[in-house]
Design a protein around this ligand. Structure first.
Ligand SMILES: Cc1ncc(COP(=O)(O)O)c(C=O)c1O
Length: 422
């Protein structure tokens, strides 16, 4: 079918809240390129929002998924377990920098991982409150909507939200929130709203994803860890977007030297297969009763096969080194843009988790300019995403396996648009 025919179906049958505004329908994809239903080519700088760190349809993952399809597609792992689930658990326990020996539960999406992380934290502590951060994003289920540190569009039409979710400021220098301000804010939250004795967990993204690609410093994370230990609160790091090699380490928290009690992960762990995980210290993960965690599809055999293949690709193709190298290339180009265009500010990257802000003449967020840049990039065959509290951050989530030629072609499109639009 053509884009036009598919758009007609979309308008008639897809719920407005779930319908993409994009008029192009993906037909096929390979590494960092996509082709739409009419055969138009796109360079993919979005990676399905951080899902494709090793590229679209990595051949090794496709092969593993096909092989699994020929064996068993589904049993429900609580009805009859299978090798893939326990092997993935073993591997995730091995690579996750949680305190002590890690145990694992698998789920289907990032939000579901966060829901389960809160469940196990409550079971392990016997406490109920959760503290999250302004600008944070954790998903679209009810608990995760309440946890998100941004109202529109996630929460706008859906209240009331579940209770006992409290918030503290995330340290973002570019928005005038220093590390000291953020720690002070957190301590105030513990005084004024969330009694430490009732607080099960503090949940933080080591690098804000939807909130604008701002990284918490090692010293902030260390002080957070100390505060958690002082009050018997569990530290949960949400690595759904920053994990699986995006920052040049397997998990962004490894840059800080801090060991969390629980890590949530999803997105690039399955290279497009829907799977997520909660990895935590065994004492925490074993706190809830038998059959208290799971779901019909959690840790499907096919998705588990994909994860095992992804982990092999990481070793064989030195994905972490590639992520680091890509970040450096992006950093160089951003530095050039900051010098050439007054609207480009605050360029930053931790490995390949890279972004810059667009500002107007008085340094205020240029939200419309960011929208125009992404829209016009798409018209020129480049898929580009914005993010951030003000929607003025341009973020880069292309596969780290992208070739230099395609990378530079995409960056050149941005550069010419910046000179036309600014
Ligand atoms: C940090 C973080 N946590 C959780 C989620 C929710 O993941 P999902 O969309 O798979 O439910 C996201 C999604 O973007 C995310 O970036």
């Amino acid at each position: 079918m053509t884009n036009a025919e598919l758009n007609e179906l979309k308008q008639r049958y897809v719920a407005s809240g779930a319908a993409s505004p994009d008029q192009h329908f993906a037909d096929r994809a390979e590494n960092a390129e996509l082709w739409d239903a009419d055969g138009k080519r796109f360079i993919d700088f979005a990676g399905g929002i951080g899902v494709l760190n090793i590229g679209h349809r990595h051949p090794k993952v496709v092969e593993a998924v096909k092989a699994q399809l020929d064996r068993v597609m589904h049993t429900c792992q609580t009805v009859m377990p299978y090798e893939g689930y326990v092997k993935v658990a073993e591997q995730l326990s091995r690579i996750s920098p949680v305190r002590g020996h890690g145990k694992v539960m698998l789920a289907n999406s990032g939000a579901e991982a966060l829901e389960n992380a809160v469940k196990v934290a409550r079971a392990a502590t016997g406490r109920s409150s959760v503290i999250c951060f302004s600008g944070g994003y954790h998903g679209r289920t009810f608990m995760t909507m309440a946890m998100n540190g941004k109202v529109a569009p996630y929460r706008t039409d859906f209240g009331p939200m579940p209770g006992q979710v409290y918030r503290a400021p995330y340290p973002i220098d570019a928005l005038g929130i220093s590390e000291e301000d953020a720690l002070h804010g957190l301590k105030m939250t513990l005084k004024t709203d969330a009694n430490p004795r009732d607080t099960a967990a503090i949940v933080i993204e080591p690098v804000l994803g939807e909130g604008g690609f701002h990284a918490a410093s090692p010293s902030f994370m260390k002080q957070l860890r100390e505060l958690c230990d002082e009050h018997g609160i569990l530290l949960i790091v949400d690595e759904v977007q920053s994990g699986f090699g995006r920052t040049g380490r397997m998990f962004a928290v490894e840059h800080t030297g801090v060991e969390p009690d629980i890590i949530t992960m999803a997105k690039s762990m399955g290279d497009g297969m829907p799977i997520s995980a909660v990895v935590g210290t065994d004492r925490v993960m074993d706190a809830s009763g038998g059959n208290s965690l799971g779901g019909t599809y959690t840790g499907s055999p096919v998705a588990c096969a994909a994860v095992l293949a992804v982990l092999e690709v990481f070793e064989e193709e030195q994905i972490l080194a590639k992520s680091q190298a890509l970040g450096e290339k992006l950093g160089e180009r951003f530095a050039h843009w900051e010098q050439s265009f007054s609207c480009v500010r605050n360029s930053r990257h931790l490995g390949a988790m890279a972004a810059f802000d667009l500002v107007d003449g008085s340094g205020e967020p240029a939200t419309e300019l960011a929208g125009a840049l992404c829209k016009q990039a798409r018209q020129r065959g480049l898929i580009l995403l914005s993010c951030g509290l003000y929607g003025n951050t341009i973020r880069f989530l292309m596969p780290v396996t992208i070739g230099d030629e395609v990378l530079n072609e995409g960056l050149d499109i941005i550069e010419s648009l910046l000179s036309e639009l600014s």
